[in-house]
Design a binder for this molecule. Sequence first.
Ligand SMILES: NC(=O)c1ccc[n+]([C@@H]2O[C@H](COP(=O)([O-])OP(=O)(O)OC[C@H]3O[C@@H](n4cnc5c(N)ncnc54)[C@H](OP(=O)(O)O)[C@@H]3O)[C@@H](O)[C@H]2O)c1
Length: 359
Amino acid sequence: MDSFAFIIHPIDPKRDVSRKYPLLGRILNERFINFGSTFFPPLLLSEIEGITSKLTGKVLKGWLIACPLTAARMLELNERIAYHKIIQTGRLAERLGADILGLGAFTSVVGDGGISVADALDIPVTTGDSYTISVAIQAVHKAAALMEIDLASSPAAIVGATGAIGRVCAQLLANKVPELYLIGRDIDKLYSLQTDLQPNSKANLIVSTDLLDLRNAKVILTVSSAVHAIIQPDHLQPGSVICDVARPRDVATSVAAERDDIFVFDGGMVDVPGPVNFNFDFGFPPGKAYACMAETIALAFEGRFEDYTLGKDITRERVDEITQIATKHGFKLSGFRSFERPITQEQIDKIRKKARIRS
Ligand SMILES: NC(=O)c1ccc[n+]([C@@H]2O[C@H](COP(=O)([O-])OP(=O)(O)OC[C@H]3O[C@@H](n4cnc5c(N)ncnc54)[C@H](OP(=O)(O)O)[C@@H]3O)[C@@H](O)[C@H]2O)c1
């Protein structure tokens, strides 16, 4: 039977350690978990059951495995040490017999975006970023429609625009909106991105390192690799839509608590085909997965056991191809969730009404 493995790691250290070790998660503080994660070995979390292609009926074997490093620790450590731990986790996937390995969250962000990890392993590797881009853009379109926002006349913004995912999302949105803010930390990288994208963009591209510029945008896609939330309630205009693809999240929980006139949701969530049981709670309801996991699974359905999305230069061709592969096997954009809770149509209607009063 064809198979895959997918690496996850602690994103919110206390909460995620509690999912596997409830007592440790309760008694250890975040600093200790960050530091201690360096000395923990990779772990087999679960065997995944029931994933079945809608097209072919093919059933796959899969495993969730954990790289113990937290996001903060991966950024603090020397890249080689982080790679070493991710490669050790990949070796576990090899021993289990996986035919392909997906890199979740920061295991695909750190350093060269999976290239060194793939070079060291004997099985093919993908970051899942191509399908993440596709699903994020689909979600932005759907959310804008639900909020009655016409993309063709609404300014938009990408936070983390110079990153692997942000760059292609910017390229795709730049043909849909009249004005696109490219937001990041490094102004030189932002100008260079603007120069690359402007010739083929309908939108006027504006670069900024100031998150207050988000107040000019009606639609926001945020995908930075910040370790803590960066988008606060006062950065946003009433009635805006924010698709938060970043893990850890870019949007502060205070946005949900204080702004009932904003539609903020978790980007990158899809419905998985078949009666799937992940046998591990990674924070999603049953039957749903991150788009990056879905890319790994879709490649296994298709028998495409090859390094697929690697590095920081993702192409639109790969995004289009994986969208077609994933769609035919039955993956689809999931309903909306915000900070672990589903968002209903009724709530979206309320957000729209509040926004109308305040704008
Ligand atoms: N939901 C999903 O299914 C899914 C799948 C894959 C990845 N992800 C998440 O997506 C995010 C981005 O991944 P990536 O591979 O695109 O990472 P990346 O290539 O490292 O890009 C991240 C971008 O964020 C910028 N950035 C970092 N800290 C920032 C800050 N404090 N303020 C503003 N910008 C900041 C970086 O700018 P500099 O150049 O200045 O560093 C860079 O442009 C990560 O959180 C990852 O976990 C989610």
